[in-house]
Design a protein around this ligand. Structure first.
Ligand code: IVH
Length: 720
């Protein structure tokens, strides 16, 4: 029986049938749009609408000449042809703190109660739900219509993957009975079955296969051509939200149910729990169910259920205080260790790497694993005590590999019964394998470090790679590979050279466009991308310097406190002047004003300060950072939080606060861009005093610093 064009598979349509079918779809979809938006009386279910829309796209792809300018598929932005458009997140997309055992969960609950001033006996409910092993996505709906979909990116700015997200069947293009503005957040993942089928197809076509479903999902979502994404069946679970024009509910559970009601897939294993024992019991249930699920999960996420309490708890720099991910234990496998190589990192650390006979650990093929440091290889810990019953690790050994989630796999154990007769103990190098400088181990440090500093090629290149990496300058077109190449050519030797690349190119010292793999357009694009990064947020700049112990969270804490590079540099130089800085007499240092200032910053500890100070104490390093800063416009954090009335202000809390704990007040003020300090000085802008306040209020009065009470503070920050 001949098939009707309306029901025929797209692949079997003739050109003529396709033309007629496109015309029909345009009419039907147009009428559906009008009914939905203007008459508020939908004529199609969302699923039918999406499926017609997809059919329209598929036909147009097969017969591109038939596509009309006003085609329904043009209503949502088409895939960008080069790279992804960047989308700033209206509310940052954060990550989660991890818990690895029950004591971490107990501590999580204890810290929350302390922050909120609750006793152990007070009831406190949490939701517990699987942690999906995929990648997060934010979907923005305005008036019920998807306006964009963005990846997490660096948490602040994501990539526009709207056309790709529309190929996901769990992502509706339109939703009903939802707030005018709704940003839905959740995880994109691939089922085991679809993953196996995709890999089989890829292998058949001699294309790259994926190590696990998460990589496959990420690779598929981040395709420039959404036709490819459309062939990769992705799924989506909603578990959170960003900006909303009206509150979704009073509780986490209620909000998730609301998202479900609006048409999103939510995870059926979410449960409401009371207290830590209940949380752990649900964790065990989910752990048991794990093997039967058709998708990967790597733990259980706990969230405070009451959204009012969530708001009070707020966020640290990169994670919420009200949630934690309780991870599943690692996976193990045995294989043979072929060799031990040494890698030199950006801070000079010599890291031993195990080269392995490839082995699958929890679904991922592992061929390299970390061996940590020389003590670890020798079977000792940092204090000299035995680990692994004192068994050392040798090339040729059979070793056990341990892999937990995203973390780099490590060599956990050795099987001595299989040790080859000729296996020799490993001798850790005492010279840098890259530059030949002595590699020394300072007392108390588990790591041996190359002393070559900026002259060590490995350190210089790793520093450059870090500088251009994602959380740092993130310069499009300038990745690890290009940096390495430019360094080899002597074009980028230090950080500042990146910003001189174009100028020197123009001076015709050399021409990037003549280099293999580059052309006029790509060179111009790179110069433009570098130019765009001359303006950089202070915390990113700090993180980019690649200073040991200075991670993204600490960079934010330092940036908030100092607001700009010059005061921070001045304080570090002052701190370096302390005579005791080199003899490790910490007590003397702690008392000095410069160290006191650093140590008063929440999240900044002695190890970080010492590392920062040691860098700023070296003339060559200082000069190199100075040359870099000249090319940049560093954006202070208070300019970023400029909407807030307390941004950039120095605030002191004193006395007893009745409606929040001191920690809570401090966290809230810092989130609004204020700097919170423990003592009143002429630099203080505002003192918030509760009952019982004494000397600080007096001092504020003497200095003419404004003092307000708790109610006035709450009114000022809009929490009254
Ligand atoms: S909540 C503000 N819930 O895990 C925090 N995250 O390690 C919002 N993830 O970036 C996240 N399943 O990509 C949340 N049920 C779940 C999750 C989940 C997976 C991912 C998410 C997040 C990462 C943190």
């Amino acid at each position: 029986m001949p098939q009707n064009a309306q029901t025929k598979d797209v692949a079997s349509l003739t050109q003529e049938e396709a033309g007629a079918e496109l015309a029909r779809l345009a009419t039907v979809l147009h009428a559906a749009d009008e009914a939905y938006h203007q008459k508020d009386a939908p004529v199609l279910t969302d699923a039918d609408y999406d499926s017609l829309k997809r059919r329209n796209v598929e036909i147009e792809r097969r017969f591109p000449d038939l596509k009309k300018e006003d085609s329904p598929s043009e209503q949502v932005g088409a895939a960008p042809s080069e790279g992804f458009r960047k989308i700033p997140h209206s509310i940052p997309m954060l990550s989660l703190e991890n818990a690895f055992d029950e004591s971490d969960v107990t501590e999580f609950d204890r810290a929350i109660r302390k922050f909120l001033g609750m006793s152990e006996a007070d009831p406190l409910a949490y939701t517990a739900e699987p942690k999906i092993d995929g990648l997060s996505l934010s979907l923005r709906y305005e008036g019920g219509q998807l306006v964009h979909a963005a990846t997490r990116g660096d948490g602040t700015i994501g990539e526009d993957v709207t056309s790709n997200a529309l190929t996901i069947r769990d992502v509706p293009e339109r939703i009903k009975s939802a707030p005018e503005l709704l940003e839905v957040r959740g995880e994109v993942y691939m089922s085991h079955e679809d993953f196996a089928a995709l890999n089989a197809r890829q292998a058949e076509q001699d294309e790259k296969t994926f190590a696990n479903p998460r990589n496959a999902a990420a690779g598929s979502l981040r395709q420039l051509d959404s036709r490819i994404t459309a062939k990769r069946p992705l799924r989506f679970f909603a578990y959170a939200w960003g900006s909303v024009s009206e509150s979704l509910a009073d509780t986490q559970e209620g909000a998730i149910n609301r998202l479900k009601g609006v048409g999103f897939a939510t995870n059926p294993l979410m449960a409401l729990c009371n207290g830590t024992a209940d949380l752990v019991a649900h964790y065990r249930r989910i752990e048991e169910a794990r093997a039967t699920l058709d998708y990967d999960i790597d733990g259980v996420v706990y969230k405070v259920n009451d959204l009012g309490l969530q708001a009070r708890l707020g966020f640290r720099s990169t994670t919420p205080r009200w949630a934690i991910a309780h991870k599943f234990p690692a996976e193990l496998a045995w294989t043979q260790l072929e060799a031990i190589d040494i890698q030199v990192g950006r801070t000079g650390a010599l890291s031993p790497v195990a080269r392995l006979q490839p082995v699958t650990v929890g679904g991922v093929v592992v061929s390299n694993a970390t061996l940590h440091n020389e003590d670890y290889i020798a079977g000792r810990d940092a204090s000299g005590s035995e680990i692994r019953d004192g068994k050392d690790i040798r090339a040729g050994d059979w070793v056990q590999i341990y892999r937990a989630g995203d973390v780099i796999p490590k060599v956990a154990d050795v099987d001595l019964s299989k040790r080859p007769k000729d296996a020799r103990p490993y001798e850790f190098p005492e010279e840098c394998p890259v530059c030949g400088s002595p590699a020394i181990r300072e007392e108390g440090d588990a790591v041996r470090r190359c002393t070559g500093g900026l002259i060590c090629r490995a350190q210089a290149v790793e520093k450059l790679k870090h500088f251009v990496s994602r959380g740092a300058f993130d310069i499009e077109g300038l990745g690890a590979k290009q940096v390495e190449d430019f360094h080899c050519r002597g074009w980028i030797v230090e950080l500042a050279d990146i910003f001189l690349l174009e100028e020197r190119d123009r001076e015709r010292e050399r021409r990037l466009k003549d280099v293999d793999g580059w052309g006029e357009r790509s060179a111009d694009k790179l110069f433009a991308a570098i130019g765009a990064r001359r303006r950089i947020h202070f915390h990113r700049f700090l993180f980019s310097l690649g200073i040991r112990h200075l991670g993204e969270a600490a960079a934010k804490d330092l940036a908030r406190h100092f607001n700009d590079w010059s005061p921070l540099a001045a304080a570090a130089i002052d701190a370096a002047k302390e005579p005791a800085v080199n003899d490790a007499s910490q007590a003397a240092l702690d008392g000095s004003p410069a160290w006191k200032e650093f140590l008063s910053i929440d999240g900044v500890g002695r190890t970080l300060v010492r590392s920062l100070v040691l860098i700023m104490d070296q003339e060559a390093e200082r000069a190199s950072i100075g040359r870099l800063v000249r090319h940049l416009e560093i954006v202070p954090p208070d300019a970023q939080a400029s909407g807030s009335p307390v941004a950039g202000k120095a605030i002191v809390f004193t006395g007893t606060l009745s409606r929040m704990t001191r920690n809570e007040a401090k966290a809230r003020a810092e989130a609004l861009g204020a700097r919170v300090s423990g003592s009143v000085s002429s630099k203080t802008d505002l003192v918030v005093a509760g009952p019982g306040a004494g000397s600080k209020v007096k001092k504020a009065a003497e200095l003419g610093v404004e003092t307000i009470d708790e109610d006035e503070w709450l009114a000022l920050v809009g929490d009254a």
